[in-house]
Design a protein. Structure first.
Length: 164
């Protein structure tokens, strides 16, 4: 897996002050994607155990409330193993901090049985649809996307939307 960038202080991708990592590679090619430089699986830089350690160290700062994993596509078959490793390591170290992630795949159709879902608190799912863009939406770009409380959804075997 490769990644595009790590943001050391992000206040726009999830609640509070967070660390964000943008993974590299996406095949959805949504029209007017906000992050086209992340589409090439060969772009960016290598994601290694040192990258995980760097993210974990940054997340240890007291004012950081969690980690946001974006793309690119964190749940693409070429990336999901690395995403799982990162999310698992984060939750083992910081069980009281949250992971938010964004994916063009659908939670109930594609992702609910994947190991990585055990570690994710909130998933914004579905591709970005430019025709459904609405700048007033919170945490998502188009109205087809859902902000999902993953742990409540897994426990109840339905899709439970996140409420803040
Ligand atoms: S899924 Fe996300 S990164 Fe991929 S093309 Fe769509 S908006 Fe861009």
């Amino acid at each position: 897996m490769r990644y595009n960038k790590i943001r050391k202080m992000d206040i726009s991708n999830g609640p509070g002050v967070r660390i964000s990592i943008f993974l590299q590679g996406c095949e959805f090619h949504c029209k007017n994607c906000f992050n086209p430089e992340t589409h090439d699986f060969e772009g960016g830089r290598e994601f290694s155990d040192e990258s995980i350690q760097k993210v974990l160290d940054l997340c240890g700062l007291e004012y950081i409330v969690g980690l946001s994993i974006l793309g690119g596509e964190p749940m693409h078959p070429r990336n999901i193993e690395g995403t799982t490793k990162l999310a698992k390591a984060f939750k083992e170290k910081y069980p009281n901090k949250t992971i938010w992630s964004w994916s063009g795949f659908l939670f109930d159709r594609d992702l609910k049985d994947k190991e990585v879902m055990k570690y994710i608190d909130v998933l914004v799912d579905g591709p970005y649809v430019d025709e459904l863009h609405n700048p007033t939406l919170r945490w998502k770009g188009s109205s087809n996307q859902r902000v999902i409380d993953v742990q409540k959804s897994l426990a109840s075997n339905t899709v439970v939307l996140y409420e803040d």
